[in-house]
Each structure stands twice: as structure tokens, then as C-alpha cells.
Design a protein around this ligand. Structure first.
Ligand code: C2E
Ligand code: SIN
Ligand code: SIN
Ligand code: FE
Ligand code: FE
Length: 520
């Protein structure tokens, strides 16, 4: 067969709608890898080196001739295209790219090649073509088979997409989101990345020993939301019991467990995958995947499914651990507070005071601290500290503590030990470290004349400074063994007078505002 019956005239091709070759395709010497005066032999040699296919095409895109390399697939290609037009063998998209490619040959930075797919023997092959010669009416296009490269590229792209999906899931897990939100993000990624129609997560309730629906995406009905399966029961139950993936490639073929769900067919699912969710050796649930058309699960796809199931299991495990930890912390904190309350009540009982005394001091302290903008985490310590402020008095003998008269010097000496006794009592208890500030320093004074450490000004912890106002106010307005309660106005005047002496002068007006506004 004769390949080249071209006439090699200067290039003047005019762009028309029915033409493939644009007008003024300039300076083709630049792209001429082949000398157009080559003879057939040399053209053949060049083909062996550079190309798998060579097309000779006229201005309308009709294929005048086709040359192939050594593979049978290419010779088949030539047979297919012979005496056809490029229009017949190229997709619209590929045709547009070819036009674009040819028209850009005018530009100084002309593209080197363009890519197009061909369906050959039911298989899609990709070629990378370049213009190797042209006359005013004919073109020679040389094409290399890049199918392998394309497949690799596609695979890499997909892997990249999967990696980025996994990263975003890691991110979501690490940000400690609530489990429902986390599962919803996970299922979005599963559907998007595995390209499936629907997915859900069933969680195994260890108490009931049942799989129940926790989250789902892509369903038309809500029938699966009522799923309750024992391990071993149904597809998901089998997955959980046998700890292995169950695959159903055609759900429409009867004998599947979904038959007992009358509405299930309206979902029109065909493919089912159930994957066990296992963390630390425990089955936590099942990830279910549904697709409404046949699905080709290649190795990459299965790998990704396994990885994402692993991540889902980790997410569930850590969310459950977090919840349990929170619950344990909460219970512990209740236990702590109950202990503290019991101690302080014991003290109140000994003093024959109403149970309300310590609570009044504690409540007023909490309100004052809140007014001063103390944040919640510190408030807890301040509250505990206020409750325990005089706990050291358990070590003061009755005859001093309940003496109905002023104390003598020896008695004072002992009474002034009560903050130290509190520290002795509380310091072994780690969780009360911060709370101990108040029992320790509530008798320090702003001018440094207090006890036990003669701290002054801001050396005194803020909590103890604010508490001192509450303590004195509360003491003055209550009956004591050594005196009757003072009138409220007298207590207020006393505190005003002690600003900068006993009390932090900046806190005094704030405290008096609180007391006046609330009528304590
Ligand atoms: P408390 O009765 O809870 O009083 C706490 C603080 O309120 C006192 O700390 C003091 O700063 C103030 N305060 C209470 N009552 C009066 C008062 O009548 N006048 C004035 N100016 N301030 C008062 P302080 O003085 O360090 O006393 C610590 C604890 O020692 C008192 O706790 C109380 O249990 C005991 N105490 C103090 N004075 C006497 C007393 O004359 N006789 C007896 N039996 N105990 C006393
Ligand atoms: C991210 O945006 O990377 C994490 C959050 C998400 O997956 O939606
Ligand atoms: C069902 O049959 O109730 C549901 C089975 C499954 O979710 O695997
Ligand atoms: Fe005290
Ligand atoms: Fe007190």
C-alpha cells in the first residue's frame, strides 16, 4: 500500500467550519520532525523510533492513510480508521482538543502534543499525537500509545483523592467531634471516594448485644434506621460475628436478608458490602455500603474500604472512650464535692451553727467571683476553697473555739494556727491544691498585718483576697459565741473603712455593690 501521495506545497490552509486544518498554520519547520521529502522507507524507520501510529489526514480530517507499529492492536486500529474521518473516530472532546492544538501551532509557545482516546476491541487506548509534517492540504500526525501512563496517572489521581479523604477524616477524629458528626463526615467521604450510592454505620450495643443504626447517607427511605440485628443475624450480623467482609453482588436475586424489609426493594440497591469495624480487638459495629448499579471492586478500592473501616473503628472507639472518661470525671467530681461538703458540715455541726452558714459563705463567694469575671475552671476551686475555708478549726479545742469572751494571747496563738492546720489536712489531696489557697490565706491582710504568712497586697492570691471580704462580712453579720451579730450597715461601714488596710481597695466597692444590690 502506498502511504504518501502528498504534494508538499507552501502552507496556505484556510479555516472553515468543515475543515480540520486551520488557516495559516505557520512555520511548520519548527514542528517538522520529519522531512516532508522523506521517502517511504525513512518514514517507516522513523515510525519505529517515534510512534505507534501515523495518520495522514486531509484538510477535512479524512484519513488518507494510516501506518502502525508492531502491535496487532494498532493494525486493527488502522483497519478501523481506514477511509474514515478523524471525526468518526475521535470523541467531540478529543476533536476540539485537536483543533485547539492545530490552531495553537501559530503561536510561539506551541503545544508539543495532544492526547486522545480510541476504543479498540472494546478497550480504551490513549494516544499522544503530534504534528510531524504538513502541507497546505495534508497533515501527518504521529501518535504514541500512552495507555499505561494514563492508567497510572488515573490511579495516582484516585489514590491522591483517597489519601486526602483519609487526611480529612484524621483531622475530624483529632478535633474530638461528637460521634454523630464524625460518622456523618466519614460517610460523606466513603460515598464520595468509593463512588457508591449509600452507606451506613451500625453500632454494636454491648449491653443489648445488638447492632443498631447510628448514621447513614444516600438512602431514599428510612427503613434501615430501624435495623436491630443480633450478631449472626442478617448480613451485618454475620459480618460482626465472623469478623469478615460480606459481599453480595446482586441483592435482587432473592435469598438476601433484606427480603424481610418490605420497603427495601424501593431503594433499588444491587451491590452490598458489610465491613466489620474492629478496634483493639473488639467489634464495635459494621460499615455497610450499598450501590444501585454493578460495581467493580478492584484491589485499590478494597484496600481503601479496609482503611476507611479501620479509621471509622478508631473514631468510634475514641469517641466512646471520651464519653466514658467524661462520665467518670463527672462522677469523680461529684464524689469529691460530696466529700468536701461532708467535712464542712461536720465542722458546722460541731459549731452548732446552722447548716446554712457555710453554704451562705460559699454562695456569696461564688457570686462575687462571677461578678469579678473569674472563669468557670477557677470558680470550681474557689467554691471548694470557700467551703473548706475554716476546716482547720477542727484542730482548735472547744474551750477556745466556743469561748464566749475575747481570747487571751495563748488562745490567739492557737486560734491563728487554723490556716496551717487546714494546709496540713488538705495538702496531701492533689485535686484540692488550688482550692487550698483560700483555707491557707483567708486571714492575710492587704497591709501585710494578717496571718499566717504576713503576705501583703498582690502576694495574697486573688481568690483569698476576694474571699476575705465575704468571710468578714458573713462573720460580722452573724452571732458568735463572743458577741451578737452586727447590723448590716455597721458591717458595711467597717468594710469600707478597712479598704487598703485589711482588704484589697479595688475589690471593696465591687463587693459593697454586690451586697447592696442583693440585700445580703
Ligand atoms: P470568725 O468568727 O469566722 O471571724 C472571721 C474574721 O471576721 C475574723 O478573723 C475577723 O477578721 C472578722 N471578725 C469576726 N468578728 C469580728 C469582730 O467582732 N470584730 C472585728 N473587727 N472583726 C471580726 P480573725 O480575727 O482572724 O478571727 C479568726 C477566728 O478566730 C474567728 O473566726 C473566730 O473563730 C475566732 N475569734 C476571733 N475573735 C474571737 C473572740 O473574741 N472570741 C472567740 N471565742 N473567738 C474569736
Ligand atoms: C477538613 O476540612 O480537612 C476536615 C473537615 C472535614 O473533613 O469536613
Ligand atoms: C436487615 O435485614 O434488617 C438489615 C440487614 C443489614 O443491615 O445487614
Ligand atoms: Fe478563718
Ligand atoms: Fe470564717
Amino acid at each position: 500500500m502506498s502511504i504518501l501521495t502528498l504534494s508538499y506545497e507552501p502552507l496556505h490552509v484556510f479555516w472553515q467550519e468543515d475543515r480540520l486544518i486551520p488557516k495559516d498554520l505557520p512555520d511548520l519547520d519548527g514542528v517538522n520532525h520529519l522531512d516532508l521529502s522523506l521517502d517511504e522507507q525513512r518514514l517507516g524507520d522513523s515510525l519505529q523510533v517515534f510512534a505507534d501510529l501515523l495518520f495522514v489526514v486531509d484538510e477535512k480530517g479524512s484519513i488518507l492513510d494510516c501506518r502502525f507499529g508492531d502491535s496487532a492492536a494498532y493494525s486493527e486500529a488502522c483497519e478501523q480508521v481506514h477511509s474514515k474521518g478523524l471525526n468518526d473516530i475521535l470523541s467531540t472532546e478529543a476533536r476540539d482538543r485537536l483543533r485547539q492544538y492545530l490552531s495553537e501551532q501559530r503561536q510561539p509557545t506551541k503545544p508539543a502534543s495532544f492526547e486522545f482516546p480510541l476504543m479498540l476491541g472494546g478497550r480504551e487506548l490513549w494516544f499522544d499525537a503530534r504534528l510531524v509534517g504538513a502541507s497546505n492540504s495534508q497533515l501527518i500526525l504521529s501518535a504514541r500509545d500512552i495507555t499505561k501512563y494514563k492508567q497510572t496517572e488515573y490511579r495516582l489521581k484516585r489514590q491522591l483523592q483517597r489519601i486526602s479523604a483519609l487526611r480529612s477524616i484524621d483531622f475530624a477524629i483529632a478535633s474530638g467531634l461528637d460521634l454523630n458528626l464524625l460518622l456523618s463526615i466519614l460517610l460523606d467521604r466513603v460515598i464520595e471516594t468509593l463512588r457508591v450510592d449509600a452507606a451506613d454505620v451500625l453500632l454494636l450495643d454491648p449491653k443489648l448485644n445488638e447492632l443498631t443504626y447510628a448514621a447513614g447517607k444516600g438512602f431514599r427511605t428510612n427503613i434501615l434506621q430501624h435495623t436491630r440485628l443480633r450478631p449472626g443475624q442478617g448480613h451485618a450480623g454475620k459480618v460482626a460475628l465472623e469478623r469478615r467482609i460480606v459481599t453480595i453482588s446482586d441483592l435482587t436475586k432473592g435469598n438476601t436478608d433484606f427480603e424481610r424489609l418490605p420497603l427495601f426493594p424501593s431503594e433499588k440497591f444491587i451491590v452490598y458490602f458489610g465491613v466489620p469495624l474492629i478496634a483493639k480487638g473488639r467489634v464495635l459495629g459494621v460499615l455497610e455500603i450499598f450501590h444501585r448499579s454493578p460495581l467493580h471492586a478492584d484491589e485499590d478500592w478494597m484496600d481503601f474500604l479496609n482503611i476507611i473501616a479501620g479509621q471509622t473503628a478508631i473514631a468510634i472507639d475514641s469517641a466512646m472512650m471520651f464519653k466514658e472518661l467524661q462520665k467518670a470525671n463527672f462522677e469523680l467530681s461529684l464524689a469529691y464535692n460530696a466529700t468536701i461538703d461532708a467535712w464542712s458540715r461536720a465542722l458546722d455541726l460541731r459549731g452548732k451553727e446552722t447548716e446554712g452558714h457555710t453554704r451562705r459563705v460559699t454562695d456569696l463567694t461564688t457570686r462575687f467571683a462571677t461578678l469579678l469575671g473569674v472563669k468557670d475552671s477557677d470558680l470550681l476551686h474557689i467554691r471548694r476553697g470557700a467551703t473548706l475555708h475554716d476546716i482547720g478549726k477542727v484542730a482548735i479545742p472547744d474551750e477556745i473555739l466556743f469561748k464566749p469572751a475575747p481570747l487571751n494571747q495563748d488562745e490567739w496563738q492557737i486560734m491563728r494556727q487554723h490556716p496551717k492546720y487546714a494546709v496540713d489536712l488538705l495538702s496531701p489531696i492533689k485535686y484540692l491544691e488550688k482550692a487550698t489557697e483560700i483555707p491557707h490565706w483567708h486571714h492575710e491582710k492587704w497591709d501585710g498585718s494578717g496571718y499566717p504568712d504576713h503576705l501583703g497586697g498582690e502576694e495574697i492570691p486573688f481568690s483569698a483576697r476576694l474571699f476575705a471580704l465575704v468571710d468578714v462580712y458573713e462573720a460580722l453579720t452573724s452571732d458568735r459565741p463572743y458577741r451578737k451579730a452586727w447590723a448590716k450597715q455597721d458591717a458595711i461601714h467597717y468594710i469600707e473603712n478597712q479598704a487598703g488596710k485589711h482588704f484589697d481597695p479595688r475589690l471593696v466597692p465591687e463587693f459593697l455593690n454586690l451586697v447592696n444590690a442583693n440585700g445580703f
